[in-house]
Design a binder for this molecule. Structure first.
Ligand code: 5GP
Ligand code: ZN
Length: 113
């Protein structure tokens, strides 16, 4: 399978990981939309949140735990941050490997685009 985020997680793209554990890795977004813009992904490939079977949903908890830790490290808490999961084409998903966007360091606006 040809998936750029799987390749990054395997260390094949030379992308610096800013977090890693057994199931999760994180790295800076190539086109940052905020002073902090980190992508938090499972090592295992799921095309989107909709593709995570109920028995694997603990991975979402692990992604959230990594985001918490990164938010502390980057000092974007307690000022605040945004966690985004785009799913599917109308959801704005462009890379078909489940990922959380951790965005912070500026005032976010609502509604999102
Ligand atoms: P999506 O639109 O699927 O929610 O988010 C995909 C994100 O991945 C985008 O913000 C895009 O900038 C980022 N991205 C796409 N390709 C690469 C890459 O090769 N390296 C990194 N670091 N980020 C990427
Ligand atoms: Zn993948």
């Amino acid at each position: 399978m040809d998936c750029i985020f799987c390749a990054i997680a395997r260390g094949e793209m030379g992308t610096q990981l800013v977090f890693e554990n057994e199931h999760v890795v994180a790295f800076e977004d190539l086109h940052p939309q905020a002073p902090t813009h980190i992508l938090v992904i499972p090592r295992r490939h799921y095309a989107s949140l909709q593709d995570v079977p109920p028995e694997d949903l603990s991975i979402v908890q692990e992604l959230a735990a990594a985001a918490q830790e990164l938010a502390r490290e980057r000092r974007i808490w307690p000022s605040g941050y945004r966690l985004v999961v785009n799913a599917g084409s109308e959801g704005g998903q462009t890379v078909s490997h489940l990922h959380l966007h951790l965005l912070g360091g500026r005032q976010m606006v609502w509604p999102p685009g």
